[in-house]
Write a protein that binds this ligand. Structure first.
Ligand SMILES: [Fe+2]
Length: 402
């Protein structure tokens, strides 16, 4: 009888590590049908559905309302979520929530239906239901004093993982800064993840959100806070996205590709919830804030150069990334194999039609230097990056991504 070698973590953590996810999760085609039952289980009587105009037009928010109402839960709709939501937009959504239902009753449940913007806005409304404004005071980690209305989160894109994470990202337009609120109080009570809801997502959105998910998977895999638990989810997410994103973009009706892509996004979300992101996200936020480059696209534009910079910090993990993306690495040195992984990311981004550089999305070259401070101000992310960047390195990565 052969003896199997003992599996040990690639990096032995020297601390006790937590592993948190929302209490209830439903994944699979048709999962959305569970929303009424789950809302009832939470004791809800009046639910506010929060979504953006596109998702409302596609009929998905309407379907969620029907399902809730069939379970005898009164509903209201807020469908004015803006992309990359500003702090002011959260206040507008909160005002709508305060108005209550037509019968004058107060909402006791918030349902976020959409991409990261809708789900994050739902988190903002929940937060404000129990805490005074302005929400900028809660930017940071675990600064939210009280738990607000319960939330059910239903993603309609495969990318942000916001249904799983305790993070909400808002644009503080006054300070021209995108920043995050991270708090266990922002965990949804229920995440309902139905890949069939993504069947109608246009190719460009599928591509950008897919690269966001890939960035989550890779950044959390090599993160300082990575743990044996998160490594499992992160590596599988990289595999799933590498295997499914092209087909999901090429033929949106491909249910198998949509399933794989949604599972990849979901696993990447579990991984960032517990291991966090890194330098790519830190560098992406100033682009979103100053030039309104969508979040997924910002990450896609920066990811290859960030990975090339980071790979020296952990070559064995970067070799695993290359393998997970299907690159043949046998016979290569670790450095060569790691570089193959970086190239595979660049090729994937190109194949799904994302722009190749910052110049293509209207960012002037003179602006690059101005992004460096904003990127480094996201200390939570920079500190979690496997390689500690100096100012010059950050500027160099922006330039290499131009
Ligand atoms: Fe992201």
């Amino acid at each position: 009888m052969s003896t199997l070698p003992m599996r040990v973590p690639e990096r032995v953590p020297d601390t006790v590590f937590p592993f948190r996810v929302p209490a209830s999760q439903f994944f699979g085609p048709g999962a959305v049908e569970r929303v009424g039952e789950e809302a009832q289980r939470l004791g809800a009587r009046r639910a506010l559905v929060i979504t953006d105009p596109g998702v409302a037009k596609a009929g998905i928010a309407g379907r969620v309302r029907e399902l809730l109402e069939a379970a005898s839960i009164a509903t209201g709709l807020y469908d004015q979520v803006e992309p990359e939501p500003s702090v002011a937009s959260v206040e507008r959504a909160f005002s709508a929530a305060q108005a209550g239902t037509a019968d004058g009753g107060a909402y006791d449940l918030v349902a976020g239906v959409g991409g990261g913007s809708a789900m994050d806005t739902a988190k903002g409304v929940s937060l404000r239901s129990a805490n005074p404004g302005p929400i900028q005071q809660y930017f940071g980690v675990e600064l939210v004093p009280a738990t607000g209305l319960p939330m059910i989160q239903i993603p309609t894109t495969a990318g942000t993982g916001s249904e799983i994470t305790p993070n909400a990202i808002f644009d503080d337009t006054e300070r021209r800064l995108k920043a995050g609120i991270v708090s266990y109080r922002l965990f949804a009570q229920v995440a309902i993840v139905d890949p069939d809801l993504t069947l109608g997502v246009p190719p460009a959105v599928t591509a950008a959100s897919g690269l966001d998910a890939l960035t989550h998977a890779i950044e959390s895999y090599v993160a300082v806070k990575a743990t044996p638990h998160t490594d499992l989810y992160a590596l599988e997410a990289i595999r799933l996205i590498g295997a499914n994103l092209r087909a999901a973009v090429a033929r949106g009706s491909d249910r198998s590709a949509r399933y794989g892509q949604m599972l990849g996004s979901f696993y990447a979300g579990i991984s960032i919830t517990n291991a966090g992101t890194g330098l790519c996200h830190a560098m992406a936020y100033p682009l979103g804030s100053a030039y309104h480059v969508p979040h997924g696209m910002s990450n896609a534009l920066l990811l290859p150069a960030v990975l090339e910079y980071n790979m020296l910090a952990d070559l064995p993990k970067f070799v695993k990334i290359a393998e997970a993306l299907g690159e043949p690495v046998a016979g290569l040195s670790p450095r060569e194999a790691a570089l193959r992984g970086v190239e595979a990311v660049r090729t994937l981004s190109k194949d799904v039609g994302l722009p190749a550089g910052l110049r293509e999305v209207g960012v002037p070259e003179e602006a690059l230097e101005g992004f460096v401070d904003g990127a480094l101000s996201a200390a939570r992310l920079v500190d979690n990056n496997p390689r500690r960047p100096a100012r010059e390195a950050v500027l160099e990565i922006y330039r290499a991504s131009y």
